[in-house]
Structure formats: structure tokens, C-alpha cells
Design a protein around this ligand. Structure first.
Ligand code: A2P
Length: 331
């Protein structure tokens, strides 16, 4: 099996560290590993599988050494600048930022949903927004069976989604200290504001969920609305998803469809207090679905409660699954 040279850009961040955890758990055929972050972290030591590595400052020359795949999670501006440089050197970038997701030349991929899109890449593949990933894993099998017409997303998003700074705001907020990352205290609060506001009153996070869902499901006619909310949970995003279908469905059959779909664990026994919870999803790579019930206010509607580890399936795991598919293609 061909071994590959792999780089991680943003290795010191929340997602970067989780790349290392997930890589350690999965057996990727890696020859050489390179770790990059900002100048602040240059020289830091990281031990991976018993071997010590030095973090290097990311520069325009970082990819001049036969790197096959680079996993980027260092923010949008870093990706905008460095992903094209890496791609021009023959490296395939799997980018976790929002910088390239809606570029028509860049595939936006969730391996359980649209793995075939990987083949269309021209050097950059985008990893969707964390909230979008867990939603589409649950929605794709239902779309295949019943044709989705409309989606209403309401999210309850953990602070880890805002990186180390978001995590510290909750930690410090619980001690009574003021926030630095969020515009309001996050401890004992829910903030209906993730990313910046746009002209129509939606936040960018909401627009990401709407547009990315259409791109991944290859359906621009979907009607979607979203309200995204930051909640005082350290890790694990929860989502209430209301879906309306073109076709009628049998609820028990729909549950079976979800149970058989890739990457999903159905946890749905409300009589025994069993439903997906952020604290149980943390550290797991699957998407958990429960509270599956008919929306009796419309003809063909269903309500779902969908939970996942936003740093794993919402970011690191999904990125590494894409890398695994790329490696398979390279053999
Ligand atoms: P550093 O730790 O050196 O600042 P998070 O969002 O969890 O805080 O992580 C952001 C990641 O992106 C970190 O690894 C951070 O490195 C990295 N990063 C931020 N700015 C740059 C940059 N200009 N070049 C390379 N890496 C960057």
C-alpha cells in the first residue's frame, strides 16, 4: 500500500488536536507527518504515536516537499491564502474552514452522503460546517426514500465550535469572568447569534446551514430555514430538525431507514428516557438521532433530534474520512 505524506495545518487548535486523536485511532498509511500552526507555536513539540514532532510556522514554502494531503483547520483567512499554494504544489487540501465551501469548483463532502463528489476536486475539498454535517447524515437517507421538500433547523451549539477561545469563555464565565470571544456571557445563557449577521437578518452560520445543505444534497429547490444558537455546553451540537417530504411515509419504516443508514445511531426510547444527548455523543464519530415523531401539523412531516460531537464528526472525523477516501483513490 502506498504510504502518504500528510500535513496538518492548525495542529495546535481545537480541531487540530482532535485530528491527532482520530488519526491515532484509525490506521492511515502515513509515511511522513508535518505539523503547522502560526508563528506563535513554532518550535512547540507534539508527540504522536510515540514520536516527537516539531510544530513549524506555516509559510508559502511549507508545501515544497511532496506533501500528498493537507488537513487545514486554521481559520478562513489562512485557508484562503495557503490552500491554493498547497494545491499548486500537487497537494490535495481538505479544508475545514468556510473559505472554499460554496466555491462551485470545490466539492463539499460528507462521506456518508456524497462521497462521489470527491472525484471532482481540483486540489481543494471542503469540509462542511459542523452543524450541516450532522444534519445531512440524518437527512440523506430520508431524502432518498421520501424526497425532502422543506427543512426547519433549530440548533443548540456547543462552545467548542468557536475554538479554544469559545471554550475559555464558558470556563471563565462559569467562574463569573466576562466573555472575550462571545458578545454576551455564555454561562447560564443562550445566544441566538453564531458568526456575523447579514443584511436579511440571518447569521452567516444560518446561511451556511441552508446553502451547504442544498449543495451537499444536490438540490437547489429545497426550502430551508434555520435559527442557530450558542448554548452553555462545552462539546456536542444538538439540533431540532423539522422535515417535510413530498411523499407520504410510515413512521416505523422511516425509523428503520435511519437505523440502516451509514454513520447513524438511532437512540429513541422516550419511555425509558433514551434520546440523543451531547454528553453521550462527545468522543464518538457517529450521528445520534432520536425523538423521531410525526409532525401532525402538516401532511408529510417529521421531527428529529440530532446530536453529534461537533469537533469529531462535525470537523476532524469527517475531514479524516475524506482523506481516507483520497488515499484509497491514490492506491
Ligand atoms: P496557533 O495556536 O499558533 O495560534 P482554534 O480555532 O481552536 O483556536 O485553532 C486555530 C488554529 O489555527 C491554531 O492551531 C492556530 O495556531 C492556527 N492558526 C491561526 N492563525 C494561523 C496562521 N496565520 N497561520 C497558521 N496557523 C494559524
Amino acid at each position: 500500500m502506498k504510504k502518504i505524506n500528510l500535513a496538518i495545518v492548525g495542529v495546535t487548535g481545537m480541531v487540530g488536536r482532535t485530528f491527532l486523536e482520530v488519526l491515532e485511532e484509525r490506521d492511515l498509511p502515513i509515511d511522513n507527518l508535518y505539523f503547522f500552526a502560526s508563528a506563535r507555536s513554532a518550535g512547540k513539540k507534539i508527540t504522536f504515536k510515540g514520536k516527537e514532532y516539531t510544530v513549524e510556522e506555516l509559510t508559502k514554502n511549507s508545501f515544497d516537499r511532496g506533501i500528498d494531503i493537507a488537513l487545514f483547520s486554521a481559520g478562513g483567512s489562512t485557508s484562503l491564502k495557503y490552500a491554493p499554494i498547497a494545491a499548486s504544489k500537487g497537494c490535495i487540501v481538505v479544508d475545514n474552514s468556510s473559505a472554499w465551501r460554496m466555491d462551485p469548483e470545490v466539492p463539499l463532502v460528507v462521506p456518508e452522503v456524497n462521497p462521489e463528489d470527491i472525484k471532482l476536486n481540483k486540489g481543494i475539498i471542503a469540509n462542511p460546517n459542523c452543524s450541516t454535517i450532522q444534519a445531512v447524515v440524518a437527512l440523506k437517507p430520508l431524502d432518498e426514500y421520501y424526497n425532502i421538500k422543506r427543512i426547519i433547523y433549530s440548533t443548540y451549539q456547543a462552545v467548542s465550535g468557536a475554538g479554544m477561545d469559545g471554550w475559555h469563555d464558558l470556563e471563565e464565565g462559569l467562574k463569573g469572568n466576562p466573555p472575550k470571544k462571545f458578545p454576551h456571557p455564555i454561562a447560564n445563557n443562550c445566544i441566538p447569534h453564531i458568526d456575523v449577521f447579514t443584511e436579511n437578518g440571518y447569521t452567516k452560520e444560518e446561511i451556511k446551514m441552508i446553502e451547504e445543505t442544498k449543495k451537499i444534497l444536490h438540490n437547489n429547490n429545497l426550502k430551508i430555514t434555520a435559527t442557530t444558537v450558542r448554548v452553555p455546553v462545552f462539546n456536542g451540537h444538538s439540533e431540532s430538525i423539522n422535515v417535510e417530504f413530498e411523499k407520504s411515509f410510515d413512521l416505523e419504516e422511516l425509523k428503520e431507514v435511519l437505523k440502516k443508514a451509514p454513520g447513524i445511531v438511532v437512540e429513541d426510547d422516550p419511555q425509558s428516557n433514551v434520546y440523543p444527548l451531547a454528553c453521550n455523543a462527545t468522543g464518538r464519530n457517529e450521528v445520534f438521532v432520536g425523538r423521531i415523531r410525526r409532525d401532525e401539523s402538516v401532511e408529510n412531516g417529521v421531527n428529529l433530534w440530532v446530536v453529534a460531537d461537533n469537533i469529531r464528526k462535525g470537523a476532524a472525523t469527517n475531514t479524516i474520512q475524506i482523506a481516507e477516501l483520497l488515499i484509497k483513490e491514490m492506491q
